[in-house]
Design a protein around this ligand. Structure first.
Ligand code: URA
Length: 276
């Protein structure tokens, strides 16, 4: 008996398939037909016009990047520009304004908004994660999703809450579909988080998970070896104590490591109590 052809999937079925496959955001204004004849020239795209960056901030930076539609800037140039710019920010507000207008990282184009920080800039403890996820991208605040709820419990375990801690990420824009940031994206964003740490000037810096630990504490060791150990973090103006611990998202997947993270938190609480 001849088999009947499958009916074409409905739009709802297609969207459900994409969501299940992890595709949860659109990267461009227009869909791209990747099955189209490659020799046929695509129609010219309208340039995206961005607002010009605030003059006073960018004029102080010799290597400032011009506002542009796409971040096709060579990574080295973007890293150089990020370094020049970040050190010109005298305050956290100025640093946030710089990042709002920084065009050197392509993630800014795909993210909904900048996720700069949450908590108290006067806090004695600062937590740094890797990059915002979907919930953070929607709210514009770091660690507000499931792993954020666990981070809140970790902070509560040392007798604090978000009003007594400062929270940020190495990368302040959500990578599309929560993919891992590229090494270039990390290097471009690094001068900004380094300046953020310097401006907050906490007594204790806590890096959450491998990427943040390896980037900020300049180690190639994995989190199993780095966690629970004290590092010296040189802000450029002061050496502060830093500890790596597990990322809350990892603890959600592997709850048996919560015991070790509890030990790390106790060591952190002890140092905070000693230095107060
Ligand atoms: N994971 C991170 O590293 N940062 C967030 O803000 C949320 C999840």
């Amino acid at each position: 008996m001849p088999t009947m052809p499958e009916p074409a999937p409905t739009v709802q079925q297609l969207l459900a398939f994409y969501l299940e496959a992890g595709v949860d955001c659109a990267l461009g204004e227009e869909p791209i037909n990747r099955l189209a004849d490659p020799d046929a020239a695509p129609p010219p795209r309208e340039p995206v016009v961005r607002e010009a960056p605030p003059k006073t901030l960018f004029q102080t930076a010799p290597a400032a990047l011009p506002a542009r539609a796409d971040a096709t800037i060579a990574p080295e140039a973007a890293i150089g520009s990020a370094r020049e710019l970040a050190r010109t920010a005298p305050t956290l507000e100025a640093l946030r304004a710089l990042l709002e207008n920084f065009d050197g990282c392509a993630l800014r184009q795909t993210a909904t908004r900048l996720v700069f920080a949450d908590g108290n800039p006067q806090a004695r403890i600062m937590f740094v994660g890797e990059a915002p996820g979907r919930d953070e991208d929607i709210e514009g605040l770091p660690f507000v999703g499931r792993s954020g709820k666990l981070l809140d419990r970790m902070i509560a375990a040392i007798g604090l809450d978000r009003s007594k801690a400062y929270i940020a990420n190495v990368i302040p824009w959500r990578p599309p579909g929560n993919r891992t940031p590229t090494p270039q994206e990390t290097q471009i964003c690094l001068p900004f988080i380094q300046r953020q740490i310097e401006l907050v000037n906490p007594d204790v810096l806590v890096t959450l998970g491998n990427p943040s630990t390896q980037t900020l504490l300049q180690t190639r060791e994995g989190i199993m070896r780095t966690r629970g150990k004290w590092f010296d973090y040189d802000t450029g103006t002061r050496v502060i104590r830093a500890m790596a611990t597990f990322h809350p998202a990892y603890l959600l997947r592997s709850p048996s490591y919560k015991r070790m993270s509890w030990q790390d938190l106790r060591a952190i609480a002890k140092v905070l109590a000693q230095s107060s």
